[in-house]
Design a protein around this ligand. Structure first.
Ligand code: T3D
Length: 262
């Protein structure tokens, strides 16, 4: 793990909590925070004690996307393709390929890459006061961090284009009604609800939950035939898991299951 304080990291109850921690810059991404967040997700991939991840932000915002202080054009033109390839794309791939649930608690404004990282998580809750902004349009950029892939799939082309071309803020309630996130929660209850959800998932049959995540994500590009074959293969794998044996045994014995994520 990175020892940077730009990401606060704590493991408890099987949940790895990763908190974006540059609150004076609305948790915008600089290279140090990128590397620290990546280290957190790499740990989640490797560490069997991590059964779920909870991603949130410190202070009044979730994330304002790229730190524009690092992008002053008066000091030269950066190669943004290089930074996408080096930082944002690996992060998105780590989140999507992690076969454990990733809960995101959007505690305040989520702009640019900050919004699209939130949309890439598995279950995203947002404080009622939070706003989502495809801020790229305000500075001449293209939505990244999977935005152009996720937005049309989640809300359809008309809404995706309007969000991306106007950069108008979207409130949390509407984001939930449109299917961009799971739920809008009263601000003072957000973190309690997000933690409870992450702990519940971490105590669940995380092997099967991970396979479920893989299947649902594959549906975006599979035909029905391909998806039916994938369901067969993944069900076979799930059926051999210790968690499946425990779940059925516990049901038959009328007791609470104790899943191990195996
Ligand atoms: O470059 C690449 O590698 C390519 C990848 C790009 C990915 C991207 O994310 S591009 C999009 C970058 N983000 C933005 O364009 C958003 C810029 N921020 C805003 O539009 C607004 O700050 C918000 C709408 C997000 C929030 O507005 P508000 O009024 O609630 O807060 P504020 O007063 O604007 O910001 C508070 C502080 O955070 C302020 O600092 P100060 O003046 O108090 O010292 C502000 O400068 C700072 N801040 C906010 N966003 C950023 C930021 N500092 C650096 N970078 C930011 N993105």
């Amino acid at each position: 793990m990175s020892d940077s304080d730009t990401i606060l990291s704590a493991l408890a109850d099987g949940v790895l909590s990763l908190t974006l921690n540059r609150p004076d810059k609305l948790n915008s991404f600089n290279e140090e925070m990128h590397l620290a967040l990546r280290a957190g997700f790499e740990r989640a991939h490797k560490d069997a004690d991590v059964r779920a991840v909870l991603l949130t932000g410190a202070g009044r915002g979730f994330s304002a996307g790229q730190d524009l202080g690092d992008r002053d054009p008066r000091k030269g033109t950066p190669d943004l393709g290089h930074t996408i390839e080096t930082f944002y794309n690996p992060l998105l791939r780590l989140i999507r390929s992690l076969e454990k649930p990733v809960v995101c608690a959007v505690n305040g404004v989520a702009a640019g890459a900050g919004a699209n990282i939130a949309f890439a998580c598995d279950i995203t809750l947002a404080a009622r006061s939070a706003r989502f902004i495809q801020a790229f349009a305000k500075i001449g950029l293209v939505p990244d961090s999977g935005g152009t892939w996720n937005l049309p799939r989640l809300v359809g082309e008309a809404r995706a284009k309007a969000l991306a071309l106007t950069a108008e803020p979207l409130d949390a309630e509407t984001a939930a009604n449109w299917g961009l996130i799971w739920r809008a929660i009263d601000d003072d209850k957000l973190m309690d609800e997000a933690k409870a959800l992450a702990i519940r998932l971490a105590a669940g049959p995380t092997k099967g939950l991970g396979l479920t995540k893989r299947a649902i994500q594959a549906a975006a590009t599979n035909s029905l035939d391909e998806q039916l074959d994938l369901e067969r293969d993944l069900q076979r794998e799930a059926g051999h898991s210790a968690d499946y044996a425990e779940g059925v045994t516990a049901f038959l014995e009328k007791r609470k299951p104790e899943f191990k994520g195996q």
